[in-house]
Design a protein around this ligand. Sequence first.
Ligand code: F6P
Length: 563
Amino acid sequence: MSTIKAPVDPTTCPAWKALAEHKEALEEAGISLKDWFAADPDRVGKLSFDVADLHFDFSKNLVTDETIALLVQLAREVGIEERRDAMYAGEHINTTENRAVLHTALRRPKNEVGTVMVDGQDCVADVHTVLDRMYDFAERVRSGAWRGVTGHAIKNVVSIGIGGSDLGPVMVYESLRPYLDGPACRFVSNIDPNDMAEKLRGLDPETTLVIVVSKTFTTLETITNAREARTWLLDTLREQGAINNTPEAAADAVAHHFVAVSTNLELVADFGIDPENAFGFWNWVGGRYSVDSAVGLSLILAFGREKFEQFLAGFHAIDEHFASAPLEKNVPALMGLMNVWYVNFFDAESHAVLPYCQYLHRFPAYLQQLTMESNGKGTRWDGTPVTTKTGEIFWGEAGTNGQHAFYQLIHQGTRMIPADFIAFVNTPNPTKDGDQDVHEVFLANYLAQTKALAFGKTADEVRAEGTAEWMVPARVFEGNRPTTSIFGKALTPFTLGALIALYEHITFVEGTVWGLDSFDQWGVELGKQLAKQIVPAFDDDDALAKQDASTKALMAFYRANRA
Ligand code: F6P
């Protein structure tokens, strides 16, 4: 039985009751960002923060001084600070798996060796031992010292993994493309054979390195894909006459072209990957919190050691801020608390993250696993039911593409959708259209959207444009749709690390208010178990007979139509 204290039911906290009353009072008085801005010339100043090269403007959120004070009071009443400290210290706050939660140890600098001891293990020392091995390996590959089985240097990397073993590396790879100076990477995740087929297209196995990334090394998709890639590698090398048909030649080829990242090094060895070429991590790193562990090996290959170190430094800067800034000025804490405000007091069901940066186009997908696998839960960390709504849906798309697709719903739909807008002052691709800086046109859109959402457009303003009276309501923008603006100087490895850590801690804050173990993921298990039971039913009538009526009918359609 865990020694972690039972969660505090937030709905029983004085601050919760006060927030409910406060919300009613705000509604009675009329929620109006326009009026709030007019009444308080320092609103923007009071609600703006600078952390880790990022500028945050919360002023267009539906909060007043009193809201912030009450949210902070709530955070104290549910014990956010204690739980944060317990997490950083390596207590087993992941109660359902009885594990420490120490992704923050992954980015502690070397001079902090000895500061985080868990179950007798010096976590920071272990982290740096693996990092040094990764840097050394990556340098050999990048410099051409590491050769494939036929003596060629590596030009391409295929990384095989899924969920936390894929979404982070892909997102970061895409985000940092301007920094690419190593082998090109392709990422295979889906067990749909189409994914592998497309990613292997055009590759020469003699110059390709495969990284199998799996925390457990048991994930069906990843292990199936790894076997498929091994078959492709060996068959193609044989067809090319590069290796002969002996088991020794196959083992030699796998040793030169396959490396692994896992916590399960025994299964890695069983797969035939040399333990020398395996990079470990630990059960205190959750899959969706692991991009800064050995799971990021492809990123070191692609961008090099220095960039990866800057990436880790960005995470660490936010970790330090989250650990030490008072809650009133603590950016991840305030963002998490505002999310709770919207979910629990305004019935917001989703939260949009809208990066005005094409390189961040996979960031919303990455955040979906981080936030929804963490907080999509109805049971608290002591096994009791939750007492409130939890886990909003995170979604988004790079601007301005989203503007021409779903922003209509955000501007004039009937649901509240709080949104984070992220942009950068500088672009690696400055471009002029005549005399006009195109990045500035792009940024004008970033600025215009939050302005429209906050301040809207009144019926009188619409009428003044000569709109027919019956059409006026359709053209009115209510405003008061909450947004947070995040503005960085540039999308660097450092700022990207900071952004990821920011959302990790936002997720933690929300999960703690709701009493959730944000680090387990039991909800994904049943589907995996059932898929294993269904596999034999494709051909075996006895296995099919055990299925439910709907599965039987779908299978009948499959059998009748399979080519
Ligand atoms: O599907 C759930 C999950 O367990 C994720 O939490 C995890 O990131 C993913 O599967 C992949 O797991 P592994 O890294 O063990 O292959």
